[in-house]
Design a protein around this ligand. Sequence first.
Ligand code: ADP
Ligand code: MG
Length: 654
Amino acid sequence: MAAFIEIEKLRRDYPSGEGTITVLKDIDLTIEAGEMVAIVGASGSGKSTLMNILGCLDRPTSGSYRVAGREVASLEADELAALRREHFGFIFQKYHLLSELTALGNVEVPAVYAGLPPQARAERANQLLTRLGMSDRTEHKPGQLSGGQQQRVSIARALMNGGELILADEPTGALDRRSGEEVLRILEELNAEGKTVIIVTHDMQVAGRARRVIEISDGEILADRRNERPPVETTTLEADGTAPGRSRGGWLRSVADRFKEALRMAVLAMLAHRLRTFLTMLGIIIGIASVVTVVALGQGTQQMVLANISSLGTSTLEVFAGKSFGDTRSGRITTLVVADAEELAKQPYVTAVTPTVSTSAVVRSGSIVANAMVNGVGDQYFAAKGTKLASGRFFGADDVAARGQDVVIDENTRKTLFEDSGVDPLGQVILVGSVPCRVVGVTEPQQGGFGSSQNLSIFAPFTTVQTRFQGSSSLRSITVRVADDVDTKLAEQDVTRFLEARHGTRDFFILNTDDIRATITSTTEMLTLLVAAIAVISLVVGGIGVMNIMLVSVSERVNEIGVRMAVGARQSDILQQFLIEAVLVCLIGGFMGIALSVGAGQAIALSTTKFQLIYSTTSIVAACLCSTLIGVVFGYLPARNASKLDPVVALARD
Ligand code: ADP
Ligand code: MG
């Protein structure tokens, strides 16, 4: 059977200036399972270099290294990680415990990566710590423990997944005599239990405790001798039973578990640097808040404008005499007549038609005198325009035919004429010019803004206005309400063709309210998009801030990454941990941004009723997705950098 560890012609070069220096010079070495070996030598002789290669933290430049018959050079990074995780246990001179975790948490780390369920993990970690006399210190952080205690925690960590091969690099180097003695005793006992133990030391006294001492000097093995010593009795330690079962909860459980652990680590890291985390988030908060607010603002504006133009009526065409509103000749054009309206009414796609004429007149009620627009309209005017009544009724077709003197007044007129006296305007007689008219209805107040005015408006049958006020039979305009199922564009074309045929020329123009609505909608949408694009820039800037801080965070925690890799973290575990941190920063920032924006909307809603921000779920969901995406995109590079770190290089950094 092959030896547990077989090294042949192992060489390790380091680049140095122009050339290279050779630290290990074609070493041959075999170590059997169950041995306790001390590697001794002066400082700088290459002990740690050899140890790192033995522990698969580093790779040889040339030569072969086989562990349990497997050639290490052929293994991928993650396979090496698996080897470290499942078979090796490291004990370092500087302990290398994770300062944010408790003793128990530190001992658990290798099992997290091995996929042991939390319950079993905690149990085993507790057992190990108890075995090492640390049962009353499990909740202490490394900073609250003495050197000897920290080293015992790190021994427990090395044993967590079984630790068939314990690699201890100067384990007593930082300890006082008594603690060092204690650690050595533990290592001896572990060896007596059957574990292979390799200790690196420059202290011959420490080396004397091993049964085999390999002396190296300047990268070469000088001596390899065996000590004759009585076997150690395992009195204080009970055998730690079988190595823990792995992935008992199945693959999915173990992935979920590792995710949870990475999440916990990310939160711990964020809490450890609260101010920095918050400042990073600030960029995201401002970015998300501005995007969400701008979109809500745009939607609010659009709604308001659309509500305002609804006073123009829906699906209506207004036919005016002349070329356009500014046409000076329009007053003299008299071809737009009632007969046109009557013929248009016969078209199948028309639901209501009303001729309109208008003039202004002085109105009088009691002692109050005012100027008003007098609109002569047909009985279908209100249906065509979609005007609603606050009280009373409209006049009918017979009123129009009879040139009746029933009128409908608008809210402005009601206010002017009747507000002070408090009289109900319905049934009251007012003088319009010199014509006495009876008020039969009052329209609902118009919404402010587009199409509204402070003018007083009075609606009377157009026949009455034509004969009593104008003395002319020509019309100012004809309002056509198009059936709901007909495209107003097509209707507009047809009306144009129809009237052109009747008049022999095009002496009219048509206003299509749906056109106006569409124009306004697309304009506000464009504006919203434009401002949102500017806000998105601030988001990108925020994202770059996240990337920046994540890079800092990675470089600050290189040592932690090295430790995690040493105990068997996969590259994907490290990637995941930092990516989660970046996403978490962005997501929390995103939520805060949304809250800020909604808060601002509430404040605006409280201070004015005229205007309101409209938050759509789509924009909020999009903001959340967006911030997650920023976390992933800008967190990826730093996280990948972290995962690609070389374990030895990472461990060497302080
Ligand atoms: P020790 O026996 O004290 O543990 P090391 O194995 O740490 O010695 O180092 C052996 C030699 O290799 C030293 O001369 C050291 O300068 C050199 N060395 C170690 N690591 C590196 C490195 N990353 N780059 C260049 N030289 C290195
Ligand atoms: Mg060393």
